[in-house]
Design a protein around this ligand. Structure first.
Ligand code: COA
Ligand code: AMP
Length: 652
């Protein structure tokens, strides 16, 4: 490469929040704003142009720039003399393993593994599926892909084989990188049988499977060698023998990764991220939102399979020369509700980022925070929460118990980083419980009514939309289909990206995100489509009709509840059917759906035109007041529903 320059310091974009936000979104100034921000990244060809509208609605960031993301995450820190600094701390509460990996060592491992992939014929633009648990090899594999311009697609370990197969069929990878398995409390999740099953079900793009052997988990590449046309290789053997690969220079808009997320159907959407916009946005976010930089210990207690893991376990901390923690364990039960505080003390974590559900789980077990008192957590400068709405009760509990600010911030797989947050690195803005504060740089957030007209009245709920262009780091599109991208996000409100969330803005301009406008639900911070769960329930031969809804859950925020009717003449007792339906979801979607609630009804509440009254069902289940819709086909069905879920027809 050789053309990179090392930059730890460049013009800072900080000032007051308002000035910075206006500069970043105003058409006259945004190009300068983001070109200044791009100076925090080392480019092989520095960009001269900030953004370009390629086709109506489709924007590209830094179109004339070239860079390599893995070089920016690793090489430049080593070249700047920080090779001995810890890049990754791996802490497995499941196995007791604790390992610190320096930037130099991580660079060596990534270069070698990039060589392993290259030896398998992987080059620029080729896809690699990464199906790994929370072990350092997940970071190595992702950065190795980035190094040689391959596009990684990480699949979360809690998905079933069929979900993996759907992703293989859509991304058409040539290589899968996996491990013998993952560790969940009380059980071992063996990955290789799932990979084999997924390969058997998919259409055959995969040539090689590379397996990281994990002690104590059965299964290795050797067990599958010679079975079928796919070559199975052992990670350690290949890494030892590999020729290290140098980073390749890529166009800013070349894809870095595809990450699948739930949409409205059973076909997940492959969200595509670029290299250049992503690196600039994440580096900006570390300084200006999280107030974190070189030498800080940043811990995103999430999973590499989710966007939070991509952005804040892997890329952002390394892009700015911080130390990232990769933690295999849970907030409670591994071994107790002090697990998070123990990790903070052990590694002097400065920023902790997790989902509200994790905090609710700790609160449930340790309401007085007795565990917290056993540890020194004074290194923490902020607790950031996202993935679902931070309910005010949880906010107050955490804020009262901790010495540092608790910050809710709102974002999506599609955006890759926060849309709204409290930008602590720029200015301390007073927090309001229940609100994700203000839009961050580049996001022109508006509330629109169903016809796309701006809602100007404070407190009035509407669709949350973002005026185009979206800032750098947000999605390039959906893998394989520009039309699908337009239809899913751009067509509802011309000139805007539709977030799919609803909410309101108060008189001070604070945004409150209240829920989804589509059938996406959020279970323990995991995004699921009720449509895809319904598709699975209808696979059962006894099921005539079904509706799956997200109902309130005190721990997980929401949980999926299924309501089914039986086909005429179906002979199956209700308990057996419920068990079989729970099993079907586990088999087709995976344990992560945590699907356990099935209610069997004679009829579903519907309108006279046959539309299932989902909102009314949800209100009844959640015990909320509701009005009987005037279009209802038969109001007595509601009494039957109440009886089935509450044991009495006399609620509201
Ligand atoms: N691989 C395989 N299985 C997995 C898995 C993985 N990576 N992650 C979760 N699962 C399984 C669990 O073992 C569980 O299986 P079970 O039905 O056999 O018990 C099921 O999926 C549901 O898991 P989960 O939603 O995690 O529920 P839980 O009851 O085990 O734990 C919490 C509850 C709140 C402790 C847990 O959800 C949590 O830590 N959440 C943090 C949220 C988070 O990281 N969100 C990511 C976005 S920021
Ligand atoms: P995911 O793509 O899995 O990150 O899920 C994104 C969705 O989670 C958003 O569209 C919201 O519905 C929800 N979400 C994430 N963060 C927040 C938050 N801070 N407040 C409210 N909802 C959130």
């Amino acid at each position: 490469m050789g053309r990179f320059t090392v930059t730890y310091t460049a013009t800072d974009t900080a000032g007051s929040y308002r000035d910075s936000w206006l500069r970043s979104t105003d058409a006259a100034t945004r190009a300068d704003f983001w070109l200044e921000a791009s100076a925090f990244i080392d480019w092989t060809v520095p960009p001269r142009t900030a953004l370009e509208e390629r086709e109506p609605g489709l924007w590209r960031w830094f179109p004339d720039g070239e860079l390599n993301t893995s070089y920016n995450a690793l090489d430049r820190h080593v070249l700047a003399g920080h090779g001995d600094r810890a890049a990754v701390i791996y802490d497995s509460a499941m196995s007791g393993t604790r390992v610190s990996i320096s930037y130099s060592r991580l660079l060596e491992r990534v270069s070698r593994f990039a060589g392993v992939l290259r030896a398998q014929g992987v080059g620029v633009g080729d896809r690699v599926i990464v199906y790994l648990p929370m072990i350092p090899e997940a970071i190595v594999a992702m950065l190795a892909c980035a190094r040689i311009g391959a596009v990684h697609s990480v699949v979360f370990g809690g998905f079933a084989a069929s979900e993996l197969a759907v992703r293989i069929d859509d991304a058409r990878p040539t290589v899968i990188v996996t491990a013998s398995g993952g560790l969940e409390p009380g059980r071992v999740v063996e990955y290789l049988p799932l990979v084999k099953k997924a390969l058997d079900r998919s259409t055959g793009s995969v040539r090689t499977v590379i397996v990281r052997d994990r002690e104590s988990i059965p299964g290795s590449a050797a067990d599958y060698a010679g079975e079928g046309p796919v070559t199975w290789l052992d990670w350690a053997t290949e890494e030892d023998a590999a020729t290290p690969a140098e980073p390749v220079s890529l166009r800013s808009e070349d894809p870095l990764y595809i990450l699948y997320t739930s949409g409205t159907t059973g076909n997940p959407k492959g969200i595509v991220r670029d290299n250049g916009g992503h690196a600039v946005a994440l580096a900006w976010s570390m300084r200006n939102i999280y107030a974190a930089g070189p030498g800080d210990v940043f811990w995103a207690a999430s999973d590499v399979g989710w966007v939070v893991g991509h952005s804040y376990i892997v890329y952002a901390p390394l892009l700015v020369g911080a130390t990232t923690v990769i933690y295999e364990g849970k907030p409670i039960g591994t071994p107790d509700a002090g697990a998070f505080w123990r990790v903070v003390e052990d590694y002097k974590v400065t920023v902790l980022f997790t989902a509200p559900t994790a905090i609710r789980a700790i609160r449930r077990v340790d309401p007085e925070l007795a565990e917290l008192k056993k540890y020194d957590v004074s290194s923490l400068t902020g607790l950031f929460l996202a993935g679902e709405r931070l309910d005010p009760e949880t906010y107050h509990w955490a804020n009262d118990g901790l010495h540092c600010p608790v910050i809710d911030h709102w974002w999506q797989t599609e955006t890759g980083w926060a849309i709204c947050a409290n930008p602590r690195g720029i200015e301390e803005i007073p927090t309001k419980p229940g609100s994700a504060t203000f839009p961050v740089a580049g996001y022109a957030v508006e509330i629109l009514d169903s016809k796309g007209r701006p809602v100007t009245k404070a407190g009035k709920e509407g669709n949350i939309a973002i005026r185009l262009p979206l800032p750098p780091g947000t999605l390039l599109g959906i893998w394989g289909s520009t039309d699908r991208y337009r239809n899913a996000y751009l067509s509802a409100f011309p000139g805007y990206y539709a977030t799919g969330d609803s909410g309101h803005v108060d008189t001070d301009g604070y945004l409150y995100v209240m829920g989804r406008t589509d059938d996406v639900i959020n279970v323990a911070g995991h995004r699921l489509s009720t449509g895809s769960l319904e598709e699975v329930l209808t696979l059962h031969p006894a099921v005539a009709e079904c509706a799956v809804l997200g109902v309130h859950d005190p721990l997980k925020g929401q949980r999926a509840a299924g309501f089914v009717t039986l086909k005429a003449g179906a002979r199956i007792d209700h308990d057996t059917l419920a068990k079989e339906l729970v099993g079907l979801v586990r088999e087709h979607v995976g344990p992560v759906a945590a699907f356990r609630d099935v209610t069997i009804l004679d009829r579903l509440p519907k309108t006279r035109s046959g539309k299932i009254l989902r909102k009314t069902i949800r209100q009844i289940v959640d015990g909320e007041p509701y009005t009987v819709p005037p279009t209802i086909e038969d109001p007595t069905v509601l009494d039957a529903l109440k009886l089935a879920v509450h044991g009495t027809a006399h609620t509201h």
